[in-house]
Design a binder for this molecule. Structure first.
Ligand code: S3P
Length: 175
């Protein structure tokens, strides 16, 4: 089976849907790009942002994808890739994702994102700063929304779905 990738804003459920997909497709291996980068660097994502900044983190995302798709031990297999919310802001990453995976955009409304990120805030450097959570989400979505749409092969609405239904929807869309 082809590789599957999940893209979408922070809090849209990429990691959770990835886990559901991995249960339903046991022959595929689940890779969470943030975890992959943390293992690759021996540092946490917040540490990388704090010490090196966003641009350096975007380079690491690109190197990690190159590793996964081209040079690493993983290049032969079949993977479910749960990507970071900003991975697709890098053109080279978008190209690799479209070429090497069937890409699904987990599309959530601003209300859903606010709700999910208030419920499970995590440690997310891109949401730090003086602004309210909603206005920061709106600001980032204004620049990212069209990028998610144009990168994905399929869009899955996750506002009303639970994560298992989203995974089932994704499987039904595979060739
Ligand atoms: C980011 C999203 C995060 C992580 C990093 C940057 C972003 O992943 O890659 O903090 O720019 O949207 P999640 O979408 O899994 O939270």
């Amino acid at each position: 089976m082809d590789n599957i990738s999940l893209i979408g804003f922070m809090g849209s459920g990429k990691s959770s849907v990835g886990k559901e997909l991995a249960k339903l497709l046991p022959s595929m291996e689940l890779i969470d790009l943030d975890s992959y980068i943390e293992a690759m660097t021996g540092r946490t994502i917040p540490e990388i942002f704090e010490n090196d900044g966003e641009a350096a983190f975007r380079e690491m995302e690109k190197s990690a994808l190159e590793d996964i798709f081209m040079t690493g031990d993983l290049s032969g297999g079949s993977y479910i890739l749960s990507l970071g919310g900003g991975t697709v802001t890098t053109e080279a990453c978008r190209k690799m994702i479209r070429r090497n995976t069937t890409c699904f955009y987990l599309k959530a409304s601003i209300d859903t994102l606010v709700h999910n990120l208030e419920t499970w805030p995590g440690d997310r450097p891109m949401l730090k700063g003086g602004k309210s959570l909603r206005s920061r989400i709106e600001e980032l979505m204004a620049s990212r929304g069209s990028i998610y749409e144009k990168t994905a092969h399929h869009v899955v609405d996750v506002d009303s779905d639970d994560y298992t239904s989203a995974a089932v929807d994704i499987i039904s869309l595979l060739d």
